[in-house]
Design a protein around this ligand. Structure first.
Ligand code: GLU
Length: 418
């Protein structure tokens, strides 16, 4: 059994590995282990039944050395400080890997949104925003959607921030609705990014990407988009899952039908279609395929199931889906892992485009968004691939080498204050 370590411990271990590989200055290493700033807030809400409930909220900034903090806000029962510290640190690496002038941050509220009414959810978001008001802002820290938050959540945050400032401030968040300064393509950006990356990577490895068989764990904002993009060009998706069940079909699932099914509020456990087998959601990860795309949450591929993973390429749609112990097993077994900080960085990349468009008050068309996205992602993939080949290390280690070096260089140039 894998020794249970917190997500933050995982992030620290990855930083240590990178530090060794790049001979990182010990002072810079020491600095990078810590969060710059953590704010824990109580979010009291008068519930619809008249009772008062207090939720715990957080905003964590790991690094603002390369620019304002950047990272999502998640609403989940599992939100806790150790998780957010890791996720904030990963955002620092993600923005640094793409060379965006942004840092790394993350926030969230420990809450099960299924238990809230629409009014309660709005009040929760608005009160949370007030509590973190002094920490966020277009030049300080810019939140975005993450698990269980969306463009509506961002609209409320922007509204509260703007009301308190006395001026409309679209740049305080990204992932906003288009009507109030959002960017085209932001909703689908993470999935689109995965699509650009897998196409290119399959090519590099000498595979015909259209002939590969895909399994996608999760059918939410990320999973359903990569599924749809692959399906639209004729790829075979032989398995997927939601929180209720896994669906498996060796002949390929009809993704368009599945999207319609989910839009109606249905669950996969009730899906009935000839040739489609309903299985346990965990089982989907260990079915044979060419490309496995975990797109739910962290710690899905562990030492418990890593030896049963049966794919050629693991494309990390989620943040931190693979534990370090599992990573090692996969590496020994020759499975190529495209790491989260590269694979799913399309989301924050289009967030950056949104930030740029808001500053200029000039908005791009979707073609430009997708072209620029592809260009930046493929360049990052090329850089990572090159380092991996040159140093004979995994893509994850190579991505860390580049990302941590970029952050270290910024710290070195700015120096330690005072
Ligand atoms: N929540 C997304 C992530 O984990 C996007 C963050 C952002 O756009 O700032 O990368």
């Amino acid at each position: 059994m894998e020794h249970k370590i917190s997500l933050y411990q995982v992030a620290l271990q990855q930083l240590d590995d990178a530090a060794k590989l790049i001979n990182l200055d010990p002072n810079i290493h020491e600095k990078l282990k810590y969060m710059e700033r953590i704010l824990i807030v109580s979010v009291p809400i008068l519930m619809d039944d008249g009772s008062l409930k207090v939720f715990q909220g957080y905003r964590v900034q790991h690094s603002t050395v390369r620019g304002p903090g950047k990272g999502g806000i998640r609403y989940s029962e599992n939100v806790n400080m150790e998780e957010l510290k890791a996720l904030a640190m990963w955002m620092t690496w993600k923005t640094a890997l793409l060379k965006l002038p942004l840092g790394g941050a993350k926030g969230g509220i420990t809450v099960n949104i299924k238990k809230l009414s629409p009014r309660e959810l709005e009040h929760l978001t608005r009160r949370y925003t007030v509590e973190i008001l002094n920490l966020i802002g277009p030049t300080r820290d810019i939140p975005a959607p993450d698990m269980n938050t969306n463009s509506q959540t961002m609209a409320w945050i922007m509204d509260v921030f703007s009301m308190h400032r006395g001026e409309t401030t679209p740049g305080v968040v990204t992932g906003k609705p288009i009507e109030i300064g959002g960017s085209l393509g932001r909703n689908r950006a993470t999935g689109m990014g995965l699509y650009f990356i897998i196409r290119e990577m399959a090519n590099k490895m000498g595979y015909k990407f259209l002939e590969l068989k895909y399994i996608i764990q999760g059918f939410g904002k990320v999973g359903s988009v990569i599924a749809e993009e692959l399906f639209n060009v004729g790829c075979k998706i032989i398995g997927t899952s939601d929180s209720t069940a896994g669906l498996y079909s060796p002949d390929g699932l009809n993704i368009r039908e599945l999207i319609k099914w989910k839009k109606k509020g249905n669950s996969f456990k009730d899906y009935q279609e000839k040739g489609v087998e309903i299985i346990e959601k965990e089982e989907i990860l260990t079915k044979t395929c060419d490309v496995l795309i975990p797109a739910t949450t962290e710690n899905q591929i562990t030492s418990e199931n890593a030896d049963k993973i049966d794919c050629k390429i693991l494309l990390e749609g989620a943040n931190g889906p693979t534990t370090p112990a599992a990573d090692k097993i996969l590496e020994e077994r020759g499975i190529v892992v495209i790491p989260d900080i590269l694979a799913n960085s399309g989301g924050v990349l289009v967030s950056y485009f949104e930030f740029v468009q808001d500053i200029n008050a000039y908005f791009w068309d979707l073609e430009r968004i997708n072209n620029e996205m592809r260009k930046v992602l493929l360049k990052a993939l090329e850089d990572v691939y090159h380092v991996a080949q040159e140093r004979n290390i995994s893509l994850r280690k190579a991505a860390y080498v580049l990302a941590v070096s970029n952050v270290a260089q910024a710290i070195k140039l700015r120096g330690f204050y005072p």
